[in-house]
Design a protein around this ligand. Structure first.
Ligand code: TXA
Ligand code: MG
Length: 322
């Protein structure tokens, strides 16, 4: 349980309180022009894992990164001319651009969901100046439990997240009440990944390019599915009690494990058995053992409750036949 503090955005020091919360790796619900977002420092893996935990999200879907200006955005993603033009025209506003992430960009892998693209948005409202002060992007999905409707008031946030987050910054009802439009510019067309308050027609008009609706079965429409590319080269064995000789071992928790000295390599997701820490280190573990010479990886059982559901979902994908 977290002690959820509610503050009024009209109060002096409200912005500073949100900033402090994010700097300390906390979770703050903050209004944008679309919906309330559940904000965390996008470079802090524990904080980002906390978003998934608080929402009870069963999958590590990639999250939108919010920036304070175009210059910040360009430090994290490679802009094509059309995307830049749309950003200049519609930011700050309800437009999210999916762009290739720049190598070395300091965004935690959980934010990207293992993809090599990042979704960027410059929101209206108080979050913008907080991000500017933080100096780097803030990950923020809608501030509601998974499967519930997106919140447009602080009350609405508290209904499902009280006790699960650190702070709610009350700025009254949001102006638009519906999430941003997500697009990806691909060559001479624009892919509409999620319709939102900015219409496809306005985007097409500004870009001078056709906007294509997502089709069933479009690989790119379902980021969750694309995660399979993050599966390591070797075979992955789940719910293992102990490593077989030569297997690489991904452990969890403090219990001693038989035969560990014969493992090819060891990575404990959380020696203390903390699911949030395990979630934040999962992609690091899988990529550390992703090498052609590593043929077999065994993974200890991870509890299935809470954040464990998303961790196990991700592990199942990594272990799936391909
Ligand atoms: O209005 C909004 O966009 C709100 C406010 C808080 O800003 N934010 C929001 O964020 O809805 P979030 O994280 O819930 O949106 C995630 C959506 C998911 O549907 C995900 O599939 C998509 O963004 N997404 C994120 N990164 C992506 C990527 N690299 N490629 C394709 N889709 C991506
Ligand atoms: Mg949502």
């Amino acid at each position: 349980m977290r002690d959820t503090k509610r503050i009024d955005l009209r109060d002096d020091g409200a912005g500073a309180a949100v900033l402090m919360c994010l700097r300390e790796g906390g979770l703050a619900a903050v209004p944008t022009e679309t919906v309330y977002g559940l904000a965390a420092d996008a470079a802090n893996g524990l904080a980002v894992a906390g978003i998934f935990e608080a929402k009870g999200r069963p999958h590590f879907n990639p999250l939108i990164c919010h920036v304070s200006d175009l210059a910040m955005a360009e430090r994290y993603a490679r802009f094509d001319p059309v995307s830049r033009r749309l950003a200049e025209r519609f930011w700050p506003g309800p437009l999210t651009l999916v762009l290739p992430v720049l190598p070395g960009a300091e965004l935690h892998p959980l934010v990207l969901g293992g993809l090599d693209t990042v979704a960027l948005r410059l929101p209206q409202g108080p979050l913008r100046s907080v991000i500017a002060s933080l100096g780097r992007p803030v990950a923020a999905p809608s501030a509601n439990r998974s499967g519930r409707v997106s919140p447009t008031t602080a009350e609405h946030v508290l209904r499902t997240l009280r006790g699960r987050i650190d702070l709610v910054a009350d700025g009254g009802a949001t102006e638009q009440g519906l999430e941003s439009t997500i697009i990806r510019v691909l060559g001479n067309e624009i892919l509409l990944l999620r319709p939102g308050t900015l219409t496809a027609e306005r985007i097409a008009e500004e870009a001078g390019l056709p906007v294509r609706r997502r089709a069933e079965g479009d690989a790119i429409t379902a980021p969750g599915q694309l995660l399979s590319h993050y599966a390591p080269a070797g075979r992955v064995r789940l719910d293992a009690v102990a490593p077989e000789p030569g297997e690489h071992w991904i452990g969890f928790g403090p219990e001693p494990v038989r035969g560990l000295e014969k493992a090819g390599g060891i990575f404990n997701l959380s020696p203390e058995g903390d699911l949030r820490e395990a979630a934040s280190r999962l992609f690091a573990a899988l990529s550390a053992f992703d090498a052609p010479e590593i043929e077999r990886i065994a993974v200890a059982p991870i509890p299935r409750e809470g954040l464990g559901e998303a961790i196990n979902d991700r592990l199942r994908r990594a272990a799936a036949d391909r």
